[in-house]
Design a protein around this ligand. Structure first.
Ligand code: PLP
Length: 417
């Protein structure tokens, strides 16, 4: 461990609120699919800042947009106009088929906006004299962020428990259980919300029947269907949005992570009818949608639109999944491989093994991540090539062989005692 890393670690330990368990690596620079640490060691990045650096590191189009705009204008507040919000909104409308956009700073803030909008829409459309619909129907095993509304609609006990009581009037449905959805849906529901592919929950895709049943129920009752595409959206699955793999169109979509290629920017995309529920003064933000973040977002979205990157993401994802399925035939500890595009999971039969695999790969210069205890999660930049997939699969193969052999030997040793 370098002295600089040791000094940084002890300085952080003395001054920061302890919310993260960081890996002992100090990164200094990135280029393409690689990151470089303070000792000049190279790492293949198969996590991209948890699904953020979709074009990799230091992409020329992003660096140019960022430096040009930083020299001109960084922030002005939402009291004034700049050229980029409308331009980025235009692209998001084209990609999503939705009609209006609100910009914010993060995923959780986009989700909060969606919840507020659902309540405002329910009140606006309520029959005279009625208090309207008010309840949210959300998914078990979901993740929507760390602020109170997002936490309250997140269906995982481990995130919620330390902060209870949370915002009331949220019902949870077993994800992909159409009968449970139908049983819990009634006239009090103002919105059904779901990730189209649950990310933190272990890369669990919604089934076509489930998302279509949610669309049908909400359409009939006048409730909203809100899709959280913060992790799955903007090209990650090989489509602009993951709901485009199904024949559904939500009323509200939230997006963030890769939107400004590493700068904090989120967005709420809605239909014309739903947008009418917000009037000036009802919602806002100081930083959201500033000229710098939006100029960079424009550059990123234009890359998505004008290059074959979406097709490349889908093809490379298919190749990666096929390779991982091949690996699963050789290692009985792999219980499942799943995913769409470059949002991929390999589930193991042991949390301890999954943890060790992440650490072993890091030591060998490959960055991956573990979610939901036993799931290895891969969210590489869209620009990876097959040779990078081959390298990761080879590293996984040797780490699995090594660790399962060590485990088997340890068990045999215990048996002999
Ligand atoms: N929703 C989903 C599906 C996410 O994956 C995340 C973050 O991982 C969030 C919401 C929260 O986003 P943020 O961390 O930008 O607040």
């Amino acid at each position: 461990m370098s002295d600089r890393l040791k000094i940084t670690m002890s300085a952080e330990a003395a001054s920061l609120i302890s919310t993260y368990e960081r890996f002992p690596v100090l990164f200094e620079r990135g280029e393409g699919v690689y990151l470089y640490d303070s000792e000049g060691r190279r790492y293949l990045d198969f996590l991209s800042g948890i699904g953020v650096n979709a074009l990799g590191h230091s992409h020329p189009a992003i660096v140019k947009a960022l430096t040009d705009q930083a020299a001109k204008l960084i922030h002005i507040s939402n009291l004034f106009f700049h050229q980029y919000q409308a331009e980025v909104a235009e692209l998001l409308k084209e990609f999503s088929g939705l009609d209006r956009v609100f910009f914010c700073n993060s995923g959780t803030e986009a989700w909060e906006g969606a919840l507020k909008l659902a309540r405002a829409h329910a009140l606006r459309t309520a029959a005279p004299g009625s208090k309207g619909k008010w309840r949210f129907l959300m998914m078990e095993n979901s993740f929507h962020g760390r602020t109170f509304g997002s936490l309250s609609t997140t269906g995982q006990e481990k995130y919620r428990a330390p902060f209870e009581p949370l915002v009331p009037e949220v019902r949870f449905v077993r994800f992909n259980d159409v009968d449970d959805l139908k049983a819990k849906f009634d006239d009090s529901i103002c919105a059904v919300g779901m990730e189209v592919i649950q990310g933190e929950g272990g890369i669990q895709p919604a089934s076509s029947e489930f998302i279509q049943a949610a669309r049908e129920l909400t359409r009939q009752s006048g409730a909203l269907l809100i899709c959280d595409e913060i992790q799955s959206g903007l090209g990650r699955t090989g489509r602009y949005f993951a709901y485009q793999h199904f024949r559904v169109k939500p009323d509200v979509v939230t997006t963030a992570k890769p939107l400004a290629a590493g700068l904090p920017l989120g967005a709420l995309l809605v239909t014309e009818e739903v947008a009418a529920a917000f009037r000036p003064g009802m919602h806002g933000t100081t930083f959201g949608g500033g000229p710098l973040t939006c100029a960079v977002a424009k550059a990123f979205l234009n890359e998505l639109k004008n290059t074959p990157i979406l097709q490349h993401t889908e093809d490379t994802g298919d190749y990666f999944v096929a390779k991982l399925k091949g690996l699963a035939k050789e290692h009985s500890c792999i219980v499942n491989v799943r995913g769409k595009g470059l949002m991929i999971a390999m589930e193991l039969n042991s949390a301890d093994l999954a943890k060790k695999i992440v650490l072993t790969l890091l030591e060998r210069g490959v960055i991956i991540n573990r979610t939901h205890e036993t799931v290895l999660r891969f969210l590489p930049p869209y620009i990876i090539e097959r040779q990078h997939v081959d390298q990761v699969v080879q590293e996984l193969n040797s780490a699995l062989t090594l660790l399962t052999t060590v485990e088997a030997t340890a068990h045999a040793g215990k048996g002999a005692l």
